[in-house]
Design a protein. Structure first.
Length: 127
């Protein structure tokens, strides 16, 4: 698994389109993509993209459970394409819990124009 990925925005958009994403709007250098699951992602084609994925545990590992139970919590959330329920960090707690994960160092140079954090979650209703 590649934990750091460098690509131009044009390469990034081409990769997403090959994964089933679609362009829902474009104005000048600004493109808005939509994933098959409905995630909306704006992209400025003038910039490069560096993607950093969790690579080790951070200062807290408080979420109750993980599946599969082997290895660490962070390796359940580092995939490039969501694997749905194949790997998860989960809890049945009714109070706040969190995990923190470390990221590899950025190897880019220049100004950082934007940082975007993505997450996926699921709420299970127990009747």
């Amino acid at each position: 698994m590649e934990l750091v990925k460098h690509e131009t925005c044009q390469q990034y958009v081409a990769s997403r389109l090959s994964e089933g994403w679609r362009v829902i709007s474009q104005s000048g250098f600004n493109v808005v993509l939509q994933s098959p699951e409905g995630i909306i992602r704006p992209v400025d084609l003038r910039n490069d993209v560096e993607t950093l994925r969790p690579n080790e545990a951070g200062d807290e590992t408080n979420i109750a459970s993980q599946y599969p139970s082997s290895d660490e919590h962070w390796d359940k959330v580092d995939e490039a394409v969501a694997d749905e329920e194949a790997t998860v960090v989960k809890t049945q707690a009714t109070s706040y819990q969190r995990d923190l994960y470390k990221l590899p160092a950025s190897s880019g140079s220049g100004d950082i124009n934007k940082i975007t954090v993505y997450m996926r979650g699921r709420l299970w209703s127990i009747d």
